[in-house]
Design a protein around this ligand. Structure first.
Ligand SMILES: Cc1cc2nc3c(=O)[nH]c(=O)nc-3n(C[C@H](O)[C@H](O)[C@H](O)COP(=O)(O)O)c2cc1C
Length: 154
């Protein structure tokens, strides 16, 4: 299966998890690529309209994994804009994960996942597997392993 992990990551947390996930999926015999979504201005505190700089093309992938940080109890605006501009996700398998600073999923992670789900549903795909990594949680490493395990069930 050809898998694209489409990542928005500013400080590297989400990217680090995506790289571990890629290694595991590759060891299981899949062809996996990480593609970064970036904005012209990556400063998270910048006001004004976001403009995408790097816009990964998803057409060649059978399975997509969207990965992004939580920002202000929501999905990162860069990933939101990226998902919005996709023309269709019909016939794609889709899963996703987010990383967040706070210790518990109800502090933004759950909402961000809901937003990815809604965005993907509006493009014709339903999301099967999802995961949240709470960076300041004492069990962070365990959470990362669990998310990877869950997202590898594809
Ligand atoms: C502007 C901004 C807002 C954030 N808001 C939240 C939040 O609401 N909840 C949370 O748990 N973490 C929040 N964070 C922390 C990030 O979600 C967390 O550090 C994440 O792992 C960063 O991922 P990255 O290194 O891939 O960019 C925020 C970070 C920034 C910069």
């Amino acid at each position: 299966m050809k898998i694209g992990i489409i990542v928005h990551s500013h400080t590297g947390n989400t990217l680090g998890v995506a790289e571990k996930l890629m290694d595991t999926l590759t060891s299981a015999g899949n062809t996996v690529a990480i593609e970064r979504v970036t904005a012209v201005n990556e400063d998270p505190s910048a006001a004004g309209n976001i403009q995408l700089k790097t816009i990964p093309d998803i057409t060649s992938y059978d399975h997509l994994i969207f990965a992004a940080p939580v920002r202000a109890f929501s999905l990162s605006p860069v990933m939101k804009l990226y998902l919005k501009q996709l023309s269709s996700l019909k016939d794609k398998k889709v899963s996703c994960f987010v990383t967040q600073h706070f210790a518990f999923p109800w502090m933004g992670g759950n909402n961000a996942i809901k937003q990815v789900k809604r965005a993907c549903e509006s493009k014709g795909a339903s999301i099967s597997n999802t995961g949240i990594v709470n960076w300041s949680n004492k069990s962070r490493e365990k959470m990362i392993s669990n998310v990877i395990e869950k997202l590898c069930e594809i």
